[in-house]
Design a protein around this ligand. Structure first.
Ligand code: T1G
Length: 694
C-alpha cells in the first residue's frame, strides 16, 4: 500500500491496482483528492505488473462531487480534466466501484472509467443544477451517450439521485454488487476484463444515442415547454438543456465539451449560483447549535403520538410513518378520526398513482398509523405532538393532561405557529421536555420545520428535535419564542404592507405580479384566495372593517367559492375582478383615501425591506442563531427564490445602507412600522454585514 497523499492510497490485489480515496465527509474532489487521483493513476498505469485499476472510496460515499467550498476561490492542484483524461486514456481497464452517492464531478469521474460497479443502495446523479451550475467536467456530454437524451435532460435539470438498479437498467452501471461486497465484486469484474480482454470502451466514443436525437429539435422544445413553469427565473436549467443540445448537435465530443465549458462558466460567474451555493451551506449550517455540541445525548424516538387528525395532524403523522416510525393519532370523535385517516390514505394513494411508491408502501405506511379516542393510549410514546386548535387555553389543558399521562422522559411538542411555547410548557411539570415543532402546511410536503426552543427546553431535547428533523426529511431551523417565531413574524411585515399598498392605490394583482416576478411562487392575494379568505373569519362578527371581511361577506371567500380577490373560471384560472376593484374603490372612499399610482419598485421595497429589518430585529433578540438560518426558513417555508439566497442574503446584495435609507424615508412618510432596527443602523455605521455578526 502506497500513501499517495493524506487522502489517497494506491495498493495492489494481485495484478489489479486499487486506488482508494478517503477524504471525509463525502470524498469531494478537493485539490488534495484531485492531486491524489492524478498521481495514483499515473503510477498504476506505469506499473507494468498492473493489468487493471479499481477506483473505490472509504467512508459513507463515493465521490459526491467537486468541493463546492473551493468555488469562487483560486483552484489549486491538478484540474478535474487532468484527472479525467488520466483515467479515460488509461491503456488498462478502469473500474469505478460506487457506494453511497456518485454525484456531480464524482459521477463525471466514474463516467471516464471504462466500467462502473455499484451496490444496489448506491445512487448516481448530476445535481449541479441545484447549486445553479451544470456538470462542467464532461457530464453533459457523456451522460446522454449512455442514458439517451430524454433521460439525460431529466437528470441534469432535476439533479435527481438515480438508484443503482435503474442505473444498471440504463447502462450507467455495468454490474450490481451484493451489499457489503463492493470491493470483491469490482476486483472480480476487473479480473474478468483482463481475462476476456474486454474492450476499453470510452463513453465519449459512443454516439448511437445522440444520432437518434439528431434532427429532432422538438425533443428540446417540448422539454422546455413542459418545464417552463418549474424553471421560471432560474438560469441553470436552460444552460443544462443547451449542453445536452450541444452534445447532439456538435460535430465532435470535444466541440460539445467546449460548449459545456462556456455555459458552465456563465453560471459559475453569475449571481444565481453564488446564492444557491450559499443556500446549500446555509441549510447545513442550520444544524449547528453553538451550545448544543454534536455529541449531545439524544432521546430515541421509537413511538410518536399526534393529537388531532385534521390537516396538520394528519400531515405531521405522515412524516413519521414515511420514516417507518409508528404513530398513534388521537381525536376526540370517531368521525373526525376516520375522516383524518381517510385523508391520509388518499394522500398516499395519490402518491402511489403518481408512481412515487407502490400500493404496498401505502399499506405499510397506513399500518404504522393507529387511531385512538383516548390520550391514555399515548402513555408510552417517546414524543407527543399536539396539533389542536390555536388557542392557548386549549393547548395548556392538553399539555397538563399529557403531563400526567405520558411516560417520564418523553418529549411533549406543540405545533403552534405563533403561541408562546414557554407559557404552554408552564402547564406541565416537565418544561425541559417541552419544545415547539412548527410544521408548515401541507406538513407532509413542506420541508421546513421551525424548532422552537423554550426557555427551559433541555439541550438533549433540542438535539433530539434537530436530529429528528433530518430523520423525517425536514430542514430543521432552531428559533426562539416570540410571536410568529421567524417565518410568520417576517411574513406579517409583508402582509401588512401588501394590504396597505392596495388601500393606497395598487391593485392586488399588481402586488402579486411584482412578487411573482421577483420569484415567489405566488403573491399574497393569490395565496389568500388559495388558502381561503375566511380563515379565522366569523360571519356574525364581521363588520366590513377590512377588504377580506368585505369579500367574505359577499361570499367571495377565495378559490373554493370561485371568487375572492380574483375571479376564477371552472379550471380555477385566476383573473383580476372588476367586482373586487369596486369593493376596493368603495372601501378607499369610505376611509377617505385618495388613491395614487404606486410603482413596482415601491411595491417591492415596501414588501421586502421591512422583512429584512424584522430579520435584523430577530437577530438582535437572538430568536435566530444566524442570518443564514433566517434565509433557510424563507427558502424552505415560504418559497423565497433560492437563486436570490433568502431575504437576508438578498438584503445584503441590495445593500444595507440603501435599505436603511429607504426604511427611514418610509418611516418619515408612514410612521414607526418602518423604524429601522438598531442592528441595521449599527451594521451600516460599521460598514458590516449580517454574516459578520458573531
Ligand atoms: N462539497 C463540499 N462539501 C460538501 C459537498 C460538496 N460537494 N457535499 C457535502 N458536503 C459537506 C456538507 O456541507 C456537510 O458538511 C457534509 O459534507 C455532509 O453533507 C465539476 C461543478 C452528498 C447527498 O451538489 O447532495 O461537482 O455540515 O449534511 O445529508 O461538474 O451532501 O458536515 O460541515 O449534506 O448525508 C456536485 C452536494 C458539486 C452534492 C450527502 N455535488 N452534496 O448528504 O450529508 S458541483 C453536489 C449533497 C460539481 C462538477 C460540478 C449531500 C450528499 P458539514 P450533508 P447528507
Amino acid at each position: 500500500m502506497t500513501a499517495i497523499n493524506p487522502v489517497t492510497d494506491l495498493s495492489k490485489d494481485g495484478d489489479i491496482a486499487v486506488v482508494t480515496l478517503n477524504s471525509p465527509p463525502v470524498n469531494a474532489l478537493s485539490a488534495n483528492v484531485r492531486d491524489g487521483l492524478f498521481e495514483a493513476f499515473r503510477q498504476a498505469k506505469e506499473d507494468a505488473s498492473v493489468k487493471a485499476i479499481v477506483l473505490i472510496c472509504e467512508g459513507r460515499t463515493f465521490i459526491a462531487g467537486a468541493d463546492i467550498s473551493e468555488f469562487g476561490g483560486q483552484m489549486k492542484g491538478a484540474s478535474l480534466f487532468d484527472v479525467e483524461n488520466g483515467i479515460e486514456d488509461s491503456p488498462k481497464p478502469v473500474i469505478a466501484a460506487i457506494h453511497g452517492t456518485a454525484l456531480g464531478g464524482g459521477l463525471e469521474v466514474a463516467l471516464c472509467a471504462h466500467y462502473r460497479v455499484a451496490v444496489p443502495s448506491a445512487k448516481c446523479g448530476l445535481p449541479e443544477v441545484n447549486i445553479g451550475l451544470l456538470p462542467g467536467a464532461g457530464g453533459t456530454q457523456r451522460l446522454p451517450r449512455i442514458v439517451g437524451v430524454e433521460k439525460a435532460l431529466e437528470m441534469v435539470t432535476t439533479g435527481q439521485h438515480v438508484p443503482a438498479k435503474q442505473c444498471f437498467e440504463m447502462g450507467l452501471v455495468d454490474e450490481l454488487a451484493p451489499e457489503g461486497k463492493l470491493k470483491e465484486t469490482a476486483l472480480a469484474f476487473a479480473r474478468k476484463c483482463v481475462a476476456e480482454n474486454k474492450p476499453l470502451k470510452k463513453v465519449r466514443d459512443n454516439n448511437a444515442k445522440l444520432e437518434a436525437a439528431k434532427g429532432h429539435p422538438e425533443i428540446f422544445a417540448n422539454f422546455r415547454k413542459a418545464n417552463a413553469r418549474k424553471f421560471r427565473g432560474f438560469l441553470a436549467p436552460e444552460n443544462n438543456i443547451k449542453c445536452i443540445e450541444a452534445a447532439v448537435n456538435s460535430a465532435s465530443f470535444d466541440e460539445g465539451l467546449k460548449a459545456e465549458r462556456k455555459l458552465f462558466m456563465e453560471l459559475m460567474m453569475g449571481e444565481q449560483s453564488a446564492a444557491q451555493r450559499y443556500a446549500f451551506f446555509a441549510e447545513r449550517q442550520a444544524n449547528k447549535i453553538p451550545d448544543v455540541p454534536d455529541d449531545t445525548r439524544t432521546i430515541a424516538i421509537k413511538k410518536v403520538g399526534v393529537i388531532g387528525a385534521g390537516t396538520m395532524g394528519g400531515g405531521i403523522s405522515m412524516n413519521f410513518a414515511n420514516a417507518g416510525i409508528p404513530v398513534t393519532i388521537v381525536e376526540v370523535k370517531q368521525d373526525a378520526l376516520d375522516r383524518g385517516l381517510k385523508v391520509v390514505r388518499g394522500n398516499y394513494e395519490r402518491s402511489a398513482k403518481g408512481g412515487r411508491f407502490t400500493m404496498d408502501d401505502v399499506e405499510k405506511r397506513m399500518g404504522l398509523l393507529a387511531g385512538s379516542l383516548s390520550l391514555e393510549d399515548l402513555k408510552d410514546c417517546d414524543l407527543v405532538i399536539e396539533a389542536v386548535f390555536e388557542r392557548m387555553d386549549i393547548k395548556k389543558d392538553v399539555f397538563a393532561r399529557l403531563d400526567g399521562i405520558v411516560k417520564q422522559g418523553a418529549i411533549l411538542a406543540t405545533n403552534t405557529s405563533y403561541l408562546n411555547v414557554d407559557e404552554i410548557a408552564s402547564a406541565t411539570k416537565r418544561p425541559e421536555y417541552v419544545i415547539g415543532l412548527h410544521f408548515f402546511s401541507p406538513a407532509n410536503v413542506m420541508r421546513l420545520l421551525e424548532i422552537v426552543r423554550g426557555e427551559k427546553t433541555s439541550k438533549e431535547v433540542v438535539a433530539t428535535a434537530m436530529k429528528l428533523a433530518k430523520t423525517i426529511g425536514k430542514v430543521g431551523v432552531l428559533v426562539g419564542v416570540c410571536p410568529g417565531f421567524v417565518g410568520n413574524r417576517m411574513l406579517a411585515q409583508r402582509t401588512r404592507e401588501a394590504n396597505a399598498l392596495v388601500l393606497e392605490g395598487a391593485m392586488p394583482w399588481d402586488v402579486d405580479r411584482v412578487l411573482y416576478d421577483f420569484g415567489f411562487p405566488m403573491g399574497p392575494f393569490a395565496m389568500g384566495d388559495l388558502a381561503g379568505l375566511d380563515i379565522g373569519w366569523v360571519k356574525e362578527q364581521s363588520k366590513s372593517s377590512t377588504l377580506r371581511e368585505c369579500l367574505c361577506e359577499m361570499d367571495r371567500r377565495g378559490q373554493k367559492t370561485g371568487a375572492g380577490f380574483y375571479d376564477y373560471d371552472e379550471n380555477r384560472n385566476a383573473k383580476p375582478s372588476p367586482v373586487t376593484e369596486k369593493v376596493i374603490a368603495d372601501f378607499r372612499a369610505k376611509q377617505g383615501i385618495n388613491p395614487r399610482t404606486i410603482s413596482d419598485d415601491e411595491i417591492l421595497e415596501r414588501c421586502l425591506y421591512p422583512m429584512v429589518n424584522e430579520g435584523a430585529k430577530i437577530l438582535e433578540e437572538k430568536k435566530a442563531i444566524r442570518a443564514s438560518d433566517i434565509d433557510v426558513v424563507w427558502l424552505n417555508g415560504y418559497g423565497f427564490p433560492v437563486y436570490r439566497g433568502g431575504p437576508m442574503y438578498w438584503g445584503e446584495k441590495v445593500g444595507l445602507q440603501k435599505i436603511l435609507e429607504r426604511m427611514k424615508s418610509f418611516q418619515a412618510q408612514m410612521g414607526d412600522a418602518f423604524k429601522p432596527s438598531a442592528l441595521l443602523e449599527r451594521l451600516v455605521a460599521e460598514d458590516k454585514k449580517f454574516s459578520d455578526i458573531k
